[in-house]
Design a binder for this molecule. Structure first.
Ligand SMILES: Cc1cc2nc3c(=O)[nH]c(=O)nc-3n(C[C@H](O)[C@H](O)[C@H](O)COP(=O)(O)OP(=O)(O)OC[C@H]3O[C@@H](n4cnc5c(N)ncnc54)[C@H](O)[C@@H]3O)c2cc1C
Length: 454
């Protein structure tokens, strides 16, 4: 079988890796000049930038094995998560619900009462949407203060229009006894969750990982600067923008599925795929000279639920590796979400709004002026688990498969719950495994199970 892979992001590279291991014949086509896709990095004026703060976490021994094989231990920094929430002019350690001692006392009471009420009203039926899941699991206090405003911001839309199925263990459901314990002992509790330890490359940003994976694959099988413009499903060939045609028996596509069906000309698929919802993400990177302001010390990233801040998250990116900034400098990276077609300020106004927001919360000193500004707009940022998503995927994925096209990856399969780097690399490996030897695609088909693995 001749395999053609579209895209050299983690999913495409995962497929290439598995096909190479098995001795299959494959060709990979990538529109950009570099691998990594959304997990690529950019070095400009001595500053290294990711497309939003990427932290590496793994649910898979097979994924760790590949990474350990291409990047030696001494080329990583190991970090403990130090995440905070900015609220009421205070820094509340994440997860919010276990650190409410930083809130005014009437809000502490609202949170405790809400969780207690939610616990006594537990129901077995599934919540109708994400908003209902939030209120049922967290109670009114935590929901009104943090969960609802934060989620509205990060998804750039109402949680009532999202499904509740994807949540799994990605969000900490509060344990009342634990909340009380930390309130009475006045101790912060920061250890919850799947990503409280993570590693980051010492140089080259997150994109370094994907460059190393690419370097371990045969270069003659990979074409960069080769955007595919047509998928000729009837004659089983893809065509690049310079007219070159690449025949295939099996096409593994990791480009956004709505674009793939558009290139295939699949009528019903196109109509259905239009219903998929996504956010776009503006990333604003600011490079600064001088010592890190006090507020930015001891912090990895921060969440901003309040509307006076344009961003939903800020990362102190020079903490991840000192080599992310030139000597004597530090770097901050802000992420702003919006829905395609939504109203957004222009680039300069957005940078200005981010600078003002960072000054307001003390991450930028009043007199500090950025010496370097980097912006990047990811048209495809977060695949939204909307209410209609699964029905659309149940229609479009099999329709493509009938044509020998297997769409996988963050926007290839449009599943946020398995849309991180480890998941998408494994989606690529698993589809190759299924096609070659009939093994199961756990990541695509059993996201909850996969996310329970450590
Ligand atoms: C703001 C943000 C923060 C994130 N944070 C994290 C994090 O902390 N941890 C984590 O693990 N993950 C994180 N991710 C997710 C991570 O970036 C993705 O898991 C990963 O990049 C998805 O890989 P992919 O291969 O599925 O898709 P992509 O990375 O999108 O790769 C698709 C590739 O296809 C190429 N392509 C598109 N169209 C064509 C065409 N017509 N012809 C040829 N090639 C084409 C693209 O150029 C791209 O290289 C984050 C993502 C975003 C946007």
């Amino acid at each position: 079988m001749r395999f053609v892979i579209l895209g050299a992001g983690p999913a495409g590279l995962g497929a290439a890796w598995a096909l190479q291991q098995s001795g299959a014949s494959w060709t990979l086509l990538e529109k950009n000049d570099r691998p990594g896709g959304l997990a690529a990095s950019f070095v400009v004026d001595g500053f290294t930038w990711d497309i939003g703060g990427h932290i590496l976490f793994s649910h898979y021994p097979a994924f760790d094995q590949v990474l350990d094989g291409v990047i030696p231990r001494d080329e990583w920094h190991n970090h403990e998560r130090r995440a905070f929430i900015r609220m009421h002019d205070a820094w509340i350690p994440y997860p919010f619900q276990y650190n409410i001692r930083h809130l005014p006392s009437d809000e502490q009471r609202q949170c405790l009462e809400g969780v207690s009420e939610a616990n006594s009203n537990r129901r077995a039926d599934l919540p109708a949407n994400f908003e209902e899941w939030i209120y049922r699991s967290m109670g009114k206090g935590v929901s009104d203060l943090f969960m609802m405003p934060y989620n509205r911001k990060v998804w750039a839309g109402p949680p009532s229009e999202m499904s509740a199925q994807w949540v799994g263990d990605r969000v900490a459901v509060p344990d009342l006894a634990r909340m009380m314990r930390h309130l009475t002992t006045s101790k912060d509790d920061v250890s919850w969750g799947p990503n409280n330890l993570f590693r980051f490359p010492k140089s080259g940003g997150t994109g370094f990982i994907w460059r190393r994976v690419t370097d371990a694959l045969p270069p003659e099988r990979m074409l960069f600067n080769a955007p595919v413009v047509t998928i000729g499903a009837d004659r089983r060939a893809v065509v690049t923008n310079d007219g070159r045609s690449f025949p295939y028996d099996v096409l593994i596509s990791t480009i956004p599925i709505d674009q793939a069906v558009g290139m295939t000309g699949l009528d019903r698929g196109m109509r259905a795929a239009r219903g998929l919802v996504r956010t776009s993400t503006w990333v604003v990177g600011l490079g600064l000279r001088g010592p890190l302001p006090h507020a930015a010390r001891e912090k990895c990233w921060m969440y901003f639920p309040e509307s006076e801040y344009p961003f939903y998250r800020v990362t102190v990116f020079s903490h991840y590796s000192p080599r992310n900034a030139p000597e004597g400098c530090y770097s901050l990276m802000a992420e702003v979400a919006f829905r395609p077609g939504g109203c957004l300020p222009g680039r300069d106004a957005l940078v200005q709004a981010c600078v003002q927001g960072l000054r307001r919360c003390g991450l930028l000193d009043e007199e500090a002026e950025p010496i370097h500004v980097w912006t990047h707009m990811a048209e495809y940022g977060y695949p939204v688990p909307s209410l209609g998503r699964d029905a659309i995927l149940d229609e479009v994925l099999p329709a493509l498969e009938k044509l020998g096209i297997y769409s996988r990856g963050r926007f290839g399969a449009w599943k946020y719950e398995v849309g991180n780097m480890d998941h998408t690399f494994m989606q690529g490996m698993e589809i190759a495994g299924r096609l070659l030897t009939g093994t199961a695609e756990d990541t695509l088909l059993r996201p909850e199970w996969v996310n329970r693995q450590r």
